[in-house]
Design a protein around this ligand. Structure first.
Ligand SMILES: C[S@@+](CC[C@H](N)C(=O)[O-])C[C@H]1O[C@@H](n2cnc3c(N)ncnc32)[C@H](O)[C@@H]1O
Length: 305
């Protein structure tokens, strides 16, 4: 059996557990074809990308430290592993954690530290912060507290090299920037999977501050417009989001032809409308998967597929 590859880091809101059900929908709907490129523009921990192991993939994220980490994993995995073992593991403590976290307060942080140092800091913080969260304030400074664990579990050389080998042998690239960059990069026949910060009902609290820009309802609407544009270009889209009235309305009000699925257990995806009304007691019911397939161009009713 093919070896499972993990993305090395654990990411808040990550799709590791749901990856198999989401991936099966991609294959059942014929969204991911051999030769096409797979795009994940809110990459985070990249659980889907690493699960799919598709040849030709592009990950995009606005978090500069995350993208720097992936590029170091691609270009200097041994350097990253050694750095973690030598300069981080032996010094682990609460004081050390805050010392490392607060490096980004230094004015010349990006220039002062080498890429491999920044990547090791990123992994160390990911493994020793509260709940593996990466959260920044409006100035872009990490403000996540320590996890109060005396031991830190850093990635093994084997797991670092497995992720590296997958990246190298499958033509995977990482781009730092806004998810909208995908509009310039994806081509007809490709698949773009969006896993944005989730919509939150106005009176509820939710975590959307992965980046200093945040992600509210205005951004959710912009994302829908981008999906429409991708569909017009012949590109397949899939979007994960929370099962709120706002998101359901956004993707069902027009004739764009999106299909909405809600995950009712780990092994099944069902159309949301078939379970409307009696869904609240089920697990994962807050999770929506929205699929958009471009309309096949036709001429006099004959498909040009
Ligand atoms: C819910 S997480 C993605 C989790 C990922 N699917 C996984 O399995 O780990 C959302 C990600 O979107 C990124 N992000 C937020 N706003 C963005 C934007 N405007 N453009 C690109 N990435 C953005 C955050 O940095 C964060 O990594």
């Amino acid at each position: 059996m093919e070896k499972t590859v993990y993305p090395v880091i654990k990411w808040a809101g990550g799709k590791r557990r749901l990856a198999p059900v989401i991936a099966s929908r991609f294959y059942d709907d014929g969204l991911l074809r051999p030769g096409a490129t797979y795009f994940e523009p809110f990459l985070g921990g990249g659980a889907l990308m690493f699960y799919l192991k598709h040849k030709n993939a592009v990950g995009i994220d606005q978090n500069p430290e995350l993208i720097n980490f992936y590029n170091v994993l691609k270009n200097d995995p041994e350097g990253l592993y050694e750095k973690l073992q030598k300069d981080f593991a032996p010094y682990h403590s609460e004081t050390f954690y805050y010392e490392i976290r607060n490096r980004d307060l230094e004015a010349d942080f990006m220039k002062k530290y080498k890429k491999v140092d920044r990547a090791a800091r990123f992994v160390y913080l990911n493994k020793s912060c509260f709940n593996g969260i990466w959260r920044v304030n409006s100035k872009g400074h990490n403000n996540v507290p320590w996890n109060h664990q005396d031991k830190v579990s850093l990635p093994s050389l084997e797991s670092v090299m497995a992720a590296h080998d997958y990246i190298i042998s499958n033509n995977i690239s990482f781009v730092r920037g806004d998810y909208k960059k995908v509009l310039d990069l994806a081509e007809s026949g490709d698949l773009v999977y969006f896993d944005p910060p989730y919509d939150v009902e106005p009176l509820q609290s939710g975590f959307t501050s992965y980046t200093k820009q945040g992600f509210g309802r205005k951004e959710q609407k912009e994302l829908k417009d981008i999906c429409d544009e991708l569909l017009r270009k012949g590109i397949c889209v899939a979007i994960s989001n929370s099962n709120t009235g706002f998101i359901k309305q956004l993707y069902t009000k027009s004739t764009d032809g999106y299909s909405l699925y809600t995950i009712v257990d780990e092994n099944k995806l069902r159309l949301a409308r078939t379970i409307a009304g009696k869904a609240c007691s089920r697990r994962y019911v807050n999770e929506l998967l929205i699929i958009g397939k471009p309309v096949e161009k036709s001429f006099s009713g004959i498909s040009l597929k």
